[in-house]
Design a binder for this molecule. Structure first.
Ligand code: GDP
Ligand code: MG
Length: 644
C-alpha cells in the first residue's frame, strides 16, 4: 500500500506548490520526481539550453535512440520502449505519426544542461511535421543505419536541416549488427554531404553503446538558441495537440521574452486573445511550471477550443505589446482526397462525431461535406498522403469503432475553363477539382493541369533496370542519376503526383526486394491531357465509380474497371451494359445477361413453402441493395471496385 500513498501525497504537495488545476502527472521514478521539483527550468541560463531534433529515414532507430537519451538522463526508467510513440497505430506499425517533445536534464562538467529533444516522424507524408519541428531547433542528429546506409529520406532530411542552417551531428546507428559497414556509410556521407568521417559518431541505440558521446556532442557542437529574454514576448506555435478537458494545447518555442501563468496573450495572425492557464515542460509527461523563458520549449494551455484555432507557425505575443511576427512556415496542404461515407445512414452521426474528434487532434486533415446519390451523405477529406489516409481510417476504426466506406483517393487537378465574359470577369476561369463528380464537361475545358513532384530514389544498382521501367510506366521523366558509392545509385525523377500517391511506394519496394527507398517533394502544376473516365450502367452515369485519368491511361484503366464490375455486379432480371467512356466515346464495354425467367414463376401449386422461401430471400437480398440506374447494386460493389 505504501507506494500508492506516497504517490498520493506527492500529488497533493504538487498541487499546493503549483496552485492551478493539474491533470494527474504520473512520475516514472524517484529520480525524475526530484529533478522536476529541484531544478527550476526558468533559471537555467540560455547558454545551457540546447534544442535539437533527430532526423532519419524510417526504421533507422530514431525512437530507440530517443528512449536511450531519456533513460540516460534519468527522464524515464530503463526498459520502456518507444516511449514517445503514444498512439496505438504508432505502436502497431512502429512508425511515428505525431512529433513528440521531451525536455532532458543532463549534467556536463558539473553544470545542468536543458536538452529539448523533438522526435520527428520519418515517413514522407509527414515531412511537414519535420520542417515544423526544425524551426524550433538549432541542431539535428542525422541518424543513419550502419547496415542500410543512406536512404532517400536521409537525403531529404539532410537538405531540410541544411537550408535551415542547422548544425548536423552525423551518427551511425546499429553498429552491433553483423552486416554493419560503418566505413562504407561514412564514405556515402562524405560523397553526398561532404561530412568529414572523423565527425561521425558510431552507436548502437538498441544496446546503449555510445549514447554518452551523443549527449556530449549535443552540448559541445550545437549552439545555444540565439534569443533575447529582455525583449517583449514572441513565441512560435510549432505543434498542437488536443486534450478533452483543456482544449487545444500548443507546443511553443519562446523566441524572445518570457511567458507566465495568467498573462494575457494574443495570436498574431488569428488576432484572438487568451489568458495563459497552464504552462508545462514535457519530460515527456507534463511537468507544470509557472514561467517559460526565451530559448525554452513547452506546452501552453489557454482555453483554445480546437486545434483549428491554433495556427501552426503563428506567433504569440503579450496582448498589449505589438511585435513583428516570427517567420512562419508553410502551412500543411492536403495532397490526397477521398470521400468517406457511413456504411448506412443510421451511422451518420456516429461517424461524424468520430471524424470531428480525430480532426480536433490532427489539424492537417481538411473536411468538407459531400453527398453522393449512391452512398448518401458523407464527407470529402483531404490528407497529406496515402499513409496519412490509412492511419486516419485505421484510427477511426480502432479508436471509435466506425466502419466507413472510403472512395478511391484522388489528387487536386487544376482546370482552365474556356473564357466566357462572366468567368473572366470574376476570375472563375481557373478551378481546382479533386472529385471526379465535379469535373467539367470537356467542351468547357481549355486546358488541364496536374500536380507534379520531384521524386528521389536511392537503390542498389542491380535494381536500376526495373526501377527505371517502373518510373517510365508512371509517366516519369528522369532528371539525374548519380552514384553514391560503387553499388548504390541516387535517381531523381519528375513524376505526376497521382501516379505516385497510390501504390508507387509498394511497387518500388516489391521490385527492389525492399532495398530501394523513395521520397518526394512538391513541384507545382504542369499542363497535362486529363479526361474523365466515366462509368455507365445501362447508359446512366455512376459518378462514384468514375475517375480522372491521363488520356494515355484511359483505355487500360477503363478495361480493368469494366471487367472488375462484370465480376462483382450480380446477375439480375434485366440485361446490364457496363461501359467506360471518355467524352462520350466508348473505351470498354461488357454485358451481363439477364436471368432468363423468374425462377419463382414456375413454382405453383403444392410447392408453397419453397416459393415463400425464395420470395423471402429475394426480399432480404433487395434490402441491402442500392438502386443505381434501375439496377440493384450491392453496397459492397463500390468498395470492391474501389479497392484496387
Ligand atoms: P524509427 O522508425 O526511426 O523511429 O526507428 P525505431 O526506433 O522504431 O527502430 C526501428 C527498428 O530498429 C526497431 O526494431 C529497433 O529495435 C531497431 N533498432 C534500433 N536501434 C538499433 C540498434 O542499435 N541495433 C539494432 N540491432 N537494432 C536497432
Ligand atoms: Mg519512430
Amino acid at each position: 500500500m505504501r507506494p500508492k500513498w506516497n504517490l498520493f501525497f506527492n500529488c497533493i504537495k504538487f498541487r499546493i506548490k503549483y496552485k492551478h488545476k493539474l491533470v494527474p502527472v504520473f512520475y516514472q521514478s524517484k529520480r525524475n520526481r526530484s529533478d522536476s521539483l529541484d531544478v527550476n527550468f526558468a533559471e537555467i541560463p540560455i547558454e545551457r539550453i540546447r534544442n535539437f531534433s533527430i532526423i532519419a529515414h524510417v526504421d533507422h532507430g530514431k525512437s530507440t535512440l530517443a528512449d536511450r537519451l531519456l533513460e540516460l538522463t534519468g527522464t524515464i526508467k530503463k526498459g520502456q520502449n518507444q516511449i514517445l510513440d503514444k498512439l496505438q497505430v504508432e505502436r502497431e506499425r512502429g512508425i511515428t505519426v505525431k512529433a513528440q517533445t521531451a525536455s532532458l536534464l543532463y549534467k556536463y562538467n558539473g553544470d545542468n544542461y536543458l536538452l529539448n529533444l523533438i522526435d520527428t516522424p520519418g515517413h514522407v507524408d509527414f515531412s511537414n511535421e519535420v520542417s515544423r519541428s526544425l524551426s524550433a531547433c538549432q541542431g539535428v542528429i542525422l541518424l543513419v543505419d550502419a547496415n542500410d546506409g543512406v536512404q532517400a529520406q536521409t537525403v531529404a532530411n539532410f537538405y531540410l536541416a541544411f537550408v535551415n542552417n542547422l548544425v548536423v551531428i552525423p551518427v551511425l546507428n546499429k553498429i552491433d549488427l553483423k552486416n554493419a559497414d560503418p566505413a562504407r556509410v561514412c564514405n556515402q556521407l562524405q560523397t553526398l554531404f561532404e561530412i568529414n568521417p572523423n565527425d561521425v559518431l558510431k552507436i548502437s541505440a538498441k544496446l546503449g553503446i555510445g549514447i554518452e558521446d551523443v549527449l556530449e556532442s549535443i552540448v559541445t557542437r550545437i549552439p545555444c538558441p540565439s534569443v533575447d529574454q529582455t525583449l517583449p514576448l514572441r513565441a512560435l506555435i510549432f505543434d498542437c495537440m488536443y486534450d478533452r478537458y483543456r482544449g487545444a494545447l500548443n507546443l511553443i518555442y519562446v523566441q524572445d521574452g518570457s511567458i507566465s501563468i495568467k498573462d494575457s496573450i494574443t495570436t498574431f495572425h488569428n488576432k484572438k486573445e487568451y489568458e495563459v492557464k497552464t504552462l508545462s515542460v514535457l519530460r515527456p509527461g507534463e511537468v507544470p511550471v509557472d514561467k517559460l523563458v526565451a530559448g525554452q520549449i513547452g506546452l501552453l494551455g489557454c482555453n483554445m477550443r480546437s486545434t483549428k484555432e491554433a495556427h501552426i507557425g503563428d506567433t504569440i505575443h503579450h496582448s498589449n505589446t505589438p511585435i513583428e511576427p516570427l517567420k512562419g512556415f508553410r502551412p500543411s496542404r492536403p495532397m490526397v482526397f477521398a470521400g468517406i461515407y457511413p456504411m448506412d445512414q443510421s451511422q451518420h452521426l456516429h461517424l461524424r462525431s468520430a471524424i470531428d474528434k480525430l480532426t480536433l487532434n490532427d489539424s492537417a486533415v481538411t473536411v468538407d461535406l459531400d453527398t453522393s446519390p449512391a452512398l448518401g451523405q458523407g464527407w470529402r477529406l483531404g490528407f497529406l498522403g496515402l499513409l496519412h489516409l490509412e492511419v486516419f481510417t485505421q484510427r477511426l476504426t480502432q479508436e471509435y469503432g466506425a466502419e466507413p466506406i472510403i472512395t478511391a483517393p484522388s489528387v487536386t487537378y487544376k482546370i482552365k475553363l474556356k473564357p466566357t465574359k462572366q468567368n473572366v470577369k470574376d476570375g472563375s476561369d481557373i478551378i481546382f477539382v479533386n472529385n471526379p463528380a465535379n469535373f467539367p464537361e470537356h467542351v468547357k475545358i481549355e486546358e488541364t493541369f496536374e500536380p507534379m513532384i520531384i521524386g528521389t530514389i536511392v537503390t542498389p544498382d542491380r535494381y536500376l533496370g526495373p526501377i527505371m521501367s517502373l518510373c517510365m510506366e508512371r509517366r516519369g521523366i528522369q532528371r539525374s542519376a548519380n552514384n553514391i558509392d560503387n553499388e548504390r545509385v541516387i535517381l531523381q525523377y519528375d513524376l505526376p503526383l497521382c501516379e505516385v500517391v497510390l501504390d508507387f511506394h509498394d511497387s518500388l519496394k516489391t521490385i527492389s526486394s525492399g532495398y530501394a527507398s523513395f521520397d518526394y517533394e512538391d513541384n507545382g502544376y504542369q499542363s497535362s491531357n486529363l479526361v474523365k473516365l466515366a462509368i455507365l450502367l445501362n447508359g446512366t452515369l455512376v459518378d462514384e465509380l468514375s475517375n480522372i485519368v491521363h488520356i494515355t491511361k484511359a483505355k487500360t484503366i477503363g478495361r480493368q474497371m469494366v471487367l472488375k464490375l462484370k465480376d462483382i455486379v450480380p446477375r439480375q432480371m434485366i440485361h446490364i451494359a457496363i461501359q467506360a467512356t471518355v467524352n462520350g466515346k466508348i473505351m470498354a464495354r461488357e454485358n451481363i445477361k439477364a436471368f432468363r425467367k423468374d425462377v419463382t414463376a414456375k413454382l405453383y401449386g403444392g410447392d408453397v413453402t419453397r416459393r415463400m422461401k425464395l420470395l423471402a430471400q429475394q426480399a432480404a437480398g433487395k434490402k441491402k441493395m442500392r438502386m443505381v440506374a434501375n439496377i440493384s447494386l450491392p453496397r459492397e460493389t463500390f468498395i470492391d471496385v474501389l479497392k484496387k
